[in-house]
Every structure is written in C-alpha cells, then in structure tokens.
Ligand binder design. Structure first.
Ligand code: GMT
Length: 373
C-alpha cells in the first residue's frame, strides 16, 4: 500500500501514534509519506520506505492567520497524485481530515480513500467548539474510514456530533521490546540518590493534564515516604507548576526534565506514573509507563479506564481527588509485594492487550476493508 499520513509533529500523543504507525507500516514494506509542518520527533531517523514532506505555509501581511489547512490540502493533493497514493490517513481531525477531503476534491476523479483517526481533543475540546463543529462533523462523515482511540471517544463523537458513520475503535499500541531492554541512559540513583521512591509524569503541560495536582499529590506522598518527583515535558503550565513547587517548598525533590523524545529509559526508573488529567481519551503515556512495568495512578476520566485497570495495574479516582490518589501511592509504595504484583500486571496488560503484534493486524485489516469498500 502507498499511504500518506498527515499529523502534528510536536510532542504529543497523536503525533507519536501517527509516527509509530507509519514506522510499523514501513517495516512491513508499505510506502509511507508523512506530511506535516516539521519532521515528527519520533521519525528523526532514516527509513527507506518513509518520505517526509514539509508543508510550507505562505506568509503575507494580509494573513493575520496563515491558512495552514489550505497549504496542507495542496501538499496532500500533489503527493497523492505524484506517488499514486492509495490512502490519505489524517491523524487528529482538525484540520487534517478537512485538508485531506479538499485534496481529494482537487485530484478528482480518484480512487484514493480517506481515513480519519480521532485522538481526543479534536473531539472533546477543539472539535466541539462552535467554530469548528460543522466542519469537523462534515470531515468525519466524508471519510471512507474513521477510527477512535477508545470506546469512550467513539461514544462521545457519536453523541456530540450526531455522527452516524461507523467508527472503529483501534487502541494505541506499544512496542514490548522498548519496555524490556535494560536501562542504558537512566540510573535511578541519579534522580533518587538516597534510595527514595521515584514518581514520574510526562505530558505537554496543558491545563487539561492538571500537572499542579501532581505536585500536590507528590507533596503528600513525600510527607509519608521518602520520594522524588520527575516531570517530563514542556508546555503552557510549566511556570505555574514551578511556582506551586516553590510555594510548597519542595524544590529539592522535584526534577524538571524538559522535553525528552524517547521516554522509555526514564520510565524504567519510575515506581509510579501519575496521570490525574481532567480529560484523557486514551492516555498513551500511561500505556508507555505500563509497558515499562510502572503502575499508573490517575483520574477516572475518558478512555483511561480502558487502559488502566483499577486495583490491578494502578488506581483511578475522580478528577481532582488528590487525597485518594496520594493515599493510593503511599499504600502501594509501602507494600512491596503488592507493588511488584502491580508492576507485573501492568506490563502483562500492556503487552497482551496493546502490543504491536495485537494491534497492528487490526490496522492492516482495517486498511484492507477501507480499500475494498
Ligand atoms: O493532548 C492533546 O491535546 C491531543 C492529543 C495529542 O496530540 O497528544 O492527545 C490525545 O491523543 C493521544 C493519542 O491518541 C491520547 O493518548 C490522549 O489521551 C489524547 N489527549 C486527550 O484526550 C486530552
């Protein structure tokens, strides 16, 4: 197959999923064209079956808001025609699905198929905004195939947009090998030198991630057991989070790592991964942690309960329930046998339910069905 994938290149789940899917397809011998405004950070190595196409957006004083969606549509149309693509696969509906639809009109008549993968905020926050609602609904309905990253997201899309289109749930996946290899880069003692426990979080530090809750959870944990907190990522709330750390007087025990491309080596040093988000359609970072044998403590929100099994691979509580999340951390850390059992259960679930060998055949079947449809 020849597949064009459009996605965001930045640190964030949708770009990671698009890049990893592209890599798996390329490894299987398919021809992959990634179309984005920069090289996705997980694709910064050469692969003979992957071509990266940069979208350049015209700058002109008249444009207060440069029309990225139009530049993307033009690029997708050019590439689809030049390489004879079979499929255009848009990751994150806004604006990729709409640009893909426009590209298809530009090169009509064509047999090319459109697939849209919904990741979360394209539906729950951005897509449901009144200014986007109709165009997102239209673009979903015009797709030949639509996938969502969880049952929760499928339901929300159907309810909020009144979409009748069949939506296939295809869960995000992990490479089991990445969770298993010995640690080369991260030595736990570098971050928790006195045998303290190490709590970890990784995100884009947007308000939806509630990173300040993490700091408050950690402050309670630290009062009960020796522990450090390692925060991975960058984003709009970073300064606020630093201020809360300062206000609580725990600067010495909180490490800000900034952006890290491959977080597995760090995750392997963690005792607990925290994800208390307001909203999480899937929670890829939680799955990556589980793959590295790290139990997850977070919020019962969105699709996260489809990934983390409460009482088995971690604990989930209502959004904002800092007290219970902290207590669950303390209990788990004070009980080494239970902690070890959770570690193994997390890894087992990640591999058995979300491993490449489980999820990739579903993607292949889906692509074939769309092509045949
Ligand atoms: O975080 C976002 O705003 C969008 C997106 C991203 O690019 O990181 O995240 C969503 O897609 C991920 C990959 O499918 C999911 O694991 C995240 O749960 C989802 N984020 C939200 O729903 C907030």
């Amino acid at each position: 197959m020849k597949i064009g994938i459009s996605c965001y290149p930045t640190h964030g789940g949708s770009g990671v999923v698009a890049a990893e899917l592209g890599l798996q397809l390329a490894n299987a011998g398919h021809e992959i064209h990634i179309v984005s405004y920069a090289t996705p950070f997980r694709l910064n190595t050469f692969h003979p079956n992957i071509k990266i196409h940069d979208v350049e957006v015209a700058a002109y004083p008249l444009f207060k808001y440069p029309p990225f969606a139009l530049s993307l549509a033009t690029k997708l149309a050019e590439i689809a025609k030049e390489y004879g693509l079979d499929i255009l696969h848009a990751h994150y509906a806004v604006p990729h699905a709409t640009s893909a639809w426009l590209a298809k009109q530009i090169i009509a008549p064509t047999k090319i198929k459109l697939i849209t993968t919904l990741h979360g905020t394209d539906i729950t926050l951005v897509g449901a905004d009144a200014s986007f609602q109709r165009v997102v609904k239209f673009s979903i309905e015009q797709s030949d195939g639509v996938t969502a990253v969880s049952n929760y997201l499928r339901k929300r899309t159907q309810e909020e947009f009144g979409v009748k289109h069949d939506i296939r749930v295809l869960y995000n996946f992990i490479d089991p090998a990445r969770g298993d290899n010995p640690t080369h880069v991260c030595k736990k003692s570098q971050y928790a030198p006195d045998n303290e426990f190490l709590l970890m979080h990784a995100s884009n530090f947007r308000p939806v991630k509630r990173v300040t809750d993490i700091v408050r959870i950690f402050a309670k944990v630290r009062d009960a057991v020796p522990a450090r907190l390692l925060l991975i990522g960058e984003g709009p709330e970073r300064m606020l989070v630093q201020q809360v750390v300062k206000d609580l007087g725990i600067q010495k025990d909180v490490i800000f790592m900034g952006q890290v491309d491959l977080i597995d080596d760090l995750l392997k040093c963690a005792d607990i991964f925290l994800l208390p988000s307001e909203q999480e359609s899937f929670g890829l970072a939680a799955l990556e942690a589980m793959n590295c044998r790290v139990p997850v403590i977070g919020a019962t929100t969105g699709g996260l309960p489809e990934v983390v099994v409460h009482g088995e691979t971690g604990f989930l509580f209502p959004v904002g329930d800092i007290k219970d999340m902290a207590n669950a951390c303390i209990e788990l850390l004070k009980n080494p046998a239970q902690h070890a059992a959770f570690r193994e259960a997390a890894r087992k679930r990640a591999v058995e339910e979300f491993g490449i060998d489980v999820i990739m055949p579903r993607w292949m079947k889906f692509y074939e069905e769309v092509l045949a449809g």
